[in-house]
Write a protein that binds this ligand. Sequence first.
Ligand SMILES: *Cc1c(COP(=O)(O)O)cnc(C)c1O
Length: 399
Amino acid sequence: MAIKAFTRPFTQQEPINQEAIDAATEVLKSGRLHRYNTFENELSEVSLLEQEYAAYQGSKYCLACASGGYAMTIALKAAGLKLGESVLTNAFTLAPVPGSISNAGGTPVFVEITKDLVLDLDDLSKKVSESGARFLLISHMRGHLVDMDKLMQIVNEYHLILIEDCAHTMGTQWRKQKSGNFGLAGCFSTQTYKHLNSGEGGLLTSNDEEFMARAIIYSGSYMLYERHSAAPSSEVFSEIRLQTPNYSGRMDNLRASILRPQLKNLEKSINRWNERYQLVEAELREINGMEVPQRLDEERYVGSSIQFRIPGITKSEAERFIKKNKQLGVELKWFGNDDPSGFTSNHKSWKYVSQQQLNISDDILSSLFDLRLPLTFSLEDCMHLSKIIIECSNEFIKK
Ligand SMILES: *Cc1c(COP(=O)(O)O)cnc(C)c1O
């Protein structure tokens, strides 16, 4: 019997909940949407979000800003990146990552990944030595954490300045430590497809007071930084406020107001994502010749998307596999395509960066497929789409 097509959209997030809608309505009624448009002794929605996110994250400081990409850009600037300096990052990531390095005046140096989709730590050591880079902007791409103990050994050995791109790891932990808390700073996105949804938005966290003071001035605080509540004390700003340019990229109260109620539900959402992930993972693991990345026991992940590989699949087969899935309503992304499409691109299409040889990563990406697992999918939906993927994979699996 032919399998029924899947009809749910892969880009449909859950509606914004009523509490968030009510909070947003209050902000709209007040007319005070700008984060510094406050009465005396009043904390704005943005400041409250920063306080609450810092508490959730377990970091001293938090800055809400315009996007995740913006958070990474000012993080690199506030960390002291100089024009033309090298920044190490993953070969497998999304366009805002090399984009933020370029925006901050740096030069991306790509590090190979492993088939578990994390940084190849041997290649990292090699590239640190070769490039002399001081910075590592690690991208925990698609929520996969590298062995953080081993990573930190390398970071410490070479005195690397570590900034974490946590766009896919908000809420993820390595043992009890949250991703984003390992280095100088963590960068998060609240763009619609991430773990909190305000359309656009970013959060930057750190325990370093001078770093955070610089980031706050960069973000466009003018001389109003004392209205931040998850920020260092005003003495820290005394010189920094005059030496740091204003790169306007603030968050507004409307967005913050809809994020605060969502943050309260984040842990629940994580459990729901993981139920979906584990179901699809178990189905795909049944199939010989299909590989799902291994995760380490120390990792408490957030399974908001899933990846799998069909080793040995050729480019034209991969294209046919994707087409077959699409005909049955399952939207797979493929990072092996020479032509960037939609949100998906790879290092070969980032032509503003000097081309780098990344044969291991290219080989992995050519057989790698990726799909979102939005919370609007029921467990039944997840079972259904797994069956479709498996059925479509049949003819491409190398026995
Ligand atoms: C979404 C994303 C970002 C940043 O996102 P913005 O759209 O700028 O908020 C950074 N890194 C990765 C891997 C992402 O997927």
